[in-house]
Ligand binder design. Structure first.
Ligand SMILES: [Zn+2]
Ligand SMILES: [Zn+2]
Length: 426
């Protein structure tokens, strides 16, 4: 069966906004059309106990909160691994997936023996260097054939290829264990098009998850991966490992907070002035023309650097991802935009959301044809809202200015933007 997966989320114990309650997840995920979600934070004692007390194993490795619910849970956490890379210390967010509570318990024992800091939902594990990272990852993977290690949101500053303490290959951080990594999470700041620039990912499966810290309709399931397989954990993981992926739904990475290179106005010495550069316009020394410090190198520039370091240097217009993907915007945000409402959590937005998702769930909205959507929603929702949904499906939307140095781009529907010539100093 076709399954929509969101295998990276967080409980209320990971900090950030919102608390995740099962009741909220159970109410919202059927509207979204997400079938399988990650529990988040499954190494954290209080949350692990709650999961153990609350969930029932309904299909091998997939757990249910309520009998007969369409939503299944995978035991999942994100962990921050740190290690010395040359003179610098690098922290890399990494998703772990587990097939059973037994595998989680064994991993917890091992991680605690290594001194894991487990005082928040997303724990830390200090490693000495890449050899130590490798030894620890291999030991975890050897606990169970169906434990999976997935580098998270690989291009953000906290991702393995982020601009903080930059490295040139997965081996530079994960050591020899990199060979056992076969799944990469694109994250909100990158998509398969951007990651296809990087030769090392050619043999990998690219998956997309929400990394949500709340079950809000514009958070959980905001990015997802579709597979066609049996509904049990071993089948799902095998499909992902073999890249038997139907497609992914992705944010347009231009919106991501780190897409272009620059410095935001709130930085010291900036007094509200900011600068943004596309790769070809970044100053040769990569220094900020306003404060003189090193610029935050954007995702697209890092991907091009890695493309040149690892291979011949690929052209963004020439690369072709192996699996289909769609760029989307959370439906509640399109509704709020169309109605001129600022809050995505307003009653009016919710009512329109329910009107649409009672006809078609949000995941299917992004994969159905435009004609089918027009047929299904004509006369049901406001014309402007329908046209905006169709515009997003056609890719006619952009973020202006593009995201950079921690700032999100602002959504504009009905127009596109070429970011190649961006050179802004204001
Ligand atoms: Zn993370
Ligand atoms: Zn600056």
């Amino acid at each position: 069966m076709d399954l929509h997966l969101d295998l990276h989320s967080h409980s209320g114990y990971a900090g950030g906004v919102g608390k995740t309650s099962f009741d909220d997840v159970e109410r919202n995920m059927p509207l979204k059309g997400i079938h399988v979600v990650g529990t988040g934070d499954c190494l954290y004692p209080a949350w692990l106990n709650k999961l153990r007390d609350t969930l029932q194993e309904e299909h091998t490795g997939l757990f249910s909160y309520a009998e007969g619910s369409p939503v299944s849970y995978v035991l999942q956490t994100e962990i921050i691994l740190t290690a010395d890379i040359g003179p610098r210390r690098k922290g890399v967010h990494t998703v772990l997936l587990f097939p059973s509570f037994d595998a989680v318990d064994k991993a917890v024992l091992q991680l605690e023996a290594w001194g894991m800091k487990n005082t928040v939902g997303r724990p830390f594990l200090c490693c000495k260097d890449k050899f130590d990272v490798s030894k620890k990852i291999e030991t975890l993977l050897d606990i169970d054939d169906f434990i999976e290690v997935v580098p998270a949101h690989v291009m953000t500053p906290e991702g393995v290829f982020g601009s903080k303490a930059p490295i040139d290959s997965l081996q530079d951080f994960y050591g020899e264990s990199a060979e056992r990594i076969s799944i990469i999470e694109t994250g909100l700041s990158a998509d398969p098009q951007v990651l296809s620039l990087i030769p090392e990912f050619d043999r990998m499966s690219l998956i997309s998850n929400s990394d949500a810290h709340s079950p809000a309709l514009n958070r959980m399931g905001r990015e997802f991966t579709s597979v066609s397989t049996r509904k049990d954990y071993p089948s799902i993981l095998s499909a992902l490992r073999k890249n038997h992926i139907l497609g992914t739904a992705e944010f347009n990475p231009v919106e991501g907070r780190y897409f272009l290179t620059g410095h935001r106005g709130g930085r010291k010495g900036h007094e509200g002035h900011y600068c943004i550069f596309s790769p070809k316009n970044t100053p040769p020394d990569a220094k900020c023309p306003i404060c003189g410090k090193q610029l935050t190198i954007g995702v697209i520039e890092r991907a091009l650097q890695l493309s040149a370091i690892q291979g011949e240097g690929r052209d963004p217009d020439d690369v072709k991802p192996k699996k289909p993907f769609v760029h989307m915007v959370p439906l509640t945000e399109i509704i709020a935009y169309s109605l001129g409402i600022i809050s995505v959590s307003s009653k009016k937005v919710y009512n329109n959301y329910i009107k649409i998702t009672s006809i078609i769930d949000e995941c299917d909205l992004w994969f159905e044809s435009q004609n089918a959507i027009r047929r299904k929603l004509s006369g049901i929702v406001d014309d402007k809202l329908l046209e905006n949904i169709l515009s997003v499906k056609r890719g006619e939307f952009c973020f202006y200015p593009a995201g950079y140095d921690g700032e999100y781009g602002t959504l504009r529907i009905g127009t596109t933007m070429d970011y190649e010539d961006v050179h802004i100093i204001k």
